[in-house]
Design a protein around this ligand. Structure first.
Ligand code: OGA
Ligand code: MN
Length: 245
């Protein structure tokens, strides 16, 4: 019960935070020959033992379809190139640690719309893999830099500011993302987000489960401790659905 109350509270904070990124909405033009739906690696998802095999099987199948992790989506060179471009913006900012009520602890963030040619090609590839060709995307990518001690508390991205699919490119460090059903804490899974992977979250994973990036105190995958270092995520989102206005 405490968990649920906390999440509602964090959601309202999230609305304010993501709201800062809602400046210009426009349709991104992409070619119509987008590739088939990309498949995630099921080995990078670990369903918690509290979610018993015979329990809510349809939901389990659905969340596994809706939370996809694609390892090595970008090369080391593409990672360096993206980091180089965002670093000049990020280094002007200080990591925020002191707002006890923030959904994110130990972070700095920015957004970017115009990328150099090489990085534009990489981000086009992300968008083509993650979104339906007809999707209306937010033109800015959200750049979220977590300090080694940083983490993200459980939250659902606010529907007022973000549409159906969220695609996050993971740079610099591996991390564990935990998805937990909003009403049933026993229905949970961990996703191993390796450096240079892309995750694509939609459907029930985006709306019925909250997501968190674990702190180093909690961070382990299939029982093995995982030390998260500084991590930068470049997150592409859709425009909010009209009904949510
Ligand atoms: C967010 C979020 C996840 C990530 O900014 O809402 O959940 O991969 N970020 O950093
Ligand atoms: Mn989020």
């Amino acid at each position: 019960m405490r968990m649920i109350t906390l999440n509602i509270f964090q959601m309202s904070k999230k609305i304010i935070r993501i709201g800062q990124f809602r400046c210009f909405c426009e349709v991104i033009q992409r070619s119509s020959d987008a590739p088939q739906k990309i498949i995630g690696d099921p080995n990078l998802i670990d369903i918690h033992p509290s979610w018993r095999q015979d329990e809510d099987e349809d939901l389990r199948k659905q969340v596994l379809r809706d939370m996809r992790v694609i390892p090595n989506f970008i090369t080391e060179e593409e990672e360096v190139s993206l980091l180089t471009e965002v670093e000049s913006q990020l280094k002007k900012l200080r990591y925020e640690f002191d707002h006890w009520d923030n959904a994110i602890v130990g972070y700095r963030e920015t957004e970017r719309k115009a990328w150099n040619e090489r990085n534009s090609v990489t981000l086009c590839r992300v968008r083509a893999a993650a979104f339906e060709p007809s999707a209306h995307l937010l033109p800015h990518a959200h750049v979220l830099d977590l300090a080694p001690a940083g983490y993200i508390k459980p939250h659902v991205d606010a529907v007022r500011f973000c549409g159906d699919t969220i695609a996050g490119l993971c740079l610099l460090s591996d991390a564990v993302m935990r998805l937990m059903h909003e009403l049933r804490a026993d229905l949970a899974l961990d996703a191993l987000l390796q450096r240079r992977s892309l995750y694509i979250m939609s459907g029930v994973a985006r709306y019925d489960f909250n997501h968190a990036v674990l702190s180093n105190e909690e961070s382990k995958f299939r029982g093995a401790k995982l030390i998260k270092k500084r991590r930068v995520a470049i997150i592409c989102r859709e425009q909010p659905n009209k009904e949510s206005d």
